[in-house]
Design a protein around this ligand. Structure first.
Ligand code: ZN
Length: 417
């Protein structure tokens, strides 16, 4: 069956309805003199916050080489008022606020960028936009964690909920979530966490409560190769991969699931039967079960295409298929009924009116898949062209990103003391 495009985009869980009790309780907290003073301080410190964002963004953090930015982030966390930060076995920077405690809430941003060591990192201002690689993703999130920490220190937080502040490694593609895997794994600092908030990128309206998972593969087909005229009829690895791609397109995908062949290459000459061809492909879904289902279907299609292609070929002239998994990001969802989603929704409404639930692929995927309530929030401002050297950030509603995280924690205390 062809892919039914009418099924996209898919329906997300709906946003929690307005909760008058929580709204009133939050407003009473926001009216406290000490809280009003801290809100004013967050706004007043906006220029300093932008300076820290530029400083963090200027410190390189290529995949698997996050140490330098990690050291800077640890120093800035300490300055912001946390207990002495430490770096765990994989490179995550971890700091408690006001002492260690059981069942912490984890607030984090990711240290790594997509840019290789060779990428020149420079920023310039064009009108009201800062432009340069990594200016927002996720220097903005790290900066918001620092500004949030300063605000919480002034409020003598945490009275009830132990708080763990983290800069994670390995959020971007090739990192394969290795930072949060370790953090929430056996013996990790977040193993018994009550919840997880990731501050990632810009924005103030969206609450990511659904984690789009992915599985990524590389398939290699090898055959005897040969002359395109003399050896006509031998198995052709490129033709086999092309048939497999066509078979992928014919799969009947479940709703909320996509697939993509992103790279394909092989052969040496237009007049030679290639001896080797490969492709890289992925399936994405909000459902872990659907990931497994489509992975099985794709693998089945590839295997039968190669088997059919071998047909009556001599055993020493058969094509050989090898498939390797090159990425695995679990899928998961945090229910709109969870205190964390309710708190973030009410906090967003208190600050900017409109709250939206969204699906994306972030550090929160991992705790979601483990059953730990997790959300990802934008850290304020507007941004675009992420993952390119043209990435930009505009500080429209920048402080609101910090305040939304703060209000979320304050609202959470009203639900989940
Ligand atoms: Zn990011």
């Amino acid at each position: 069956m062809p892919i039914d495009l009418a099924r996209f985009p898919r329906a997300l869980p709906s946003i929690p309805p307005d909760d008058p009790d929580l709204r009133d309780a939050l407003h009473r907290v926001l009216d406290r003199v000490d809280v009003r003073r801290v809100i004013a301080q967050v706004r007043a410190e906006d220029a300093h916050t932008i300076e820290q964002q530029l400083l963090l963004a200027s410190t390189p953090a290529p995949p698997f080489q996050e140490e330098e930015r990690g050291r800077l982030f640890a120093r800035l966390l300490l300055e912001a008022g946390t207990d002495a930060p430490r770096v765990d076995e994989v490179g995550n920077v971890i700091a408690w606020l006001g002492g260690e405690g059981a069942r912490p809430l984890v607030v984090s941003a990711h240290l790594d960028t997509v840019f290789p060591v060779s990428q020149e990192i420079q920023f310039h201002k064009d009108g009201d936009r800062w432009i340069g690689p990594g200016i927002c993703d996720d220097a903005r999130g790290l900066t918001a964690v620092l500004a949030l920490t300063r605000a919480l220190v002034r409020l003598d937080y945490p009275p009830d909920i132990p708080l763990l502040l983290v800069g994670t490694v390995g959020e971007e593609g090739v990192g394969n979530l290795r930072g949060v895997r370790h953090l929430f794994g056996a013996g990790g600092a977040g193993e018994n966490a009550r919840g997880f908030i990731s501050l990632d990128g810009a924005g103030v309206n969206r609450i990511i409560a659904s984690g789009v998972g992915s599985r990524r593969f590389r398939a290699v087909v090898e055959g005897p190769g040969g002359h395109s005229w003399v050896d006509w009829g031998r198995v052709n690895p490129i033709h086999l991969l092309a048939r497999a791609v066509a078979a992928f397109d014919d799969l009947d995908l479940p709703a909320g699931t996509t697939l993509n062949v992103g790279r394909i290459e092989g052969g040496t000459s237009v007049n030679a039967i290639p001896a080797r061809a490969w492709m890289e492909y992925e399936v994405r879904s909000e459902s872990e079960g659907h990931l497994a289902l489509v992975e099985g279907a794709m693998h089945g299609a590839l295997t039968s295409v190669v088997q059919d292609g071998n047909g009556s070929a001599r055993p020493d002239e058969e094509a050989v298929l090898e498939v390797d998994r090159i990425g695995d990001r679990p899928a998961g969802t945090t229910s709109p009924d969870e205190p964390l989603v309710r708190a973030a929704t009410q906090a967003t409404r208190a600050l900017v009116d409109r709250a939206e639930l969204a699906a994306s692929s972030t550090d929160a995927n991992l705790p979601m898949a483990l059953g730990i309530p997790a959300i990802t929030l934008g850290a304020g401002g507007e941004a675009g062209e992420a993952h390119t050297p043209r990435e930009w950030y505009r500080n429209e509603k920048g402080p609101e990103g910090v305040l939304r995280a703060l209000f979320t924690l304050l609202a959470l205390e009203q639900i989940d003391p």
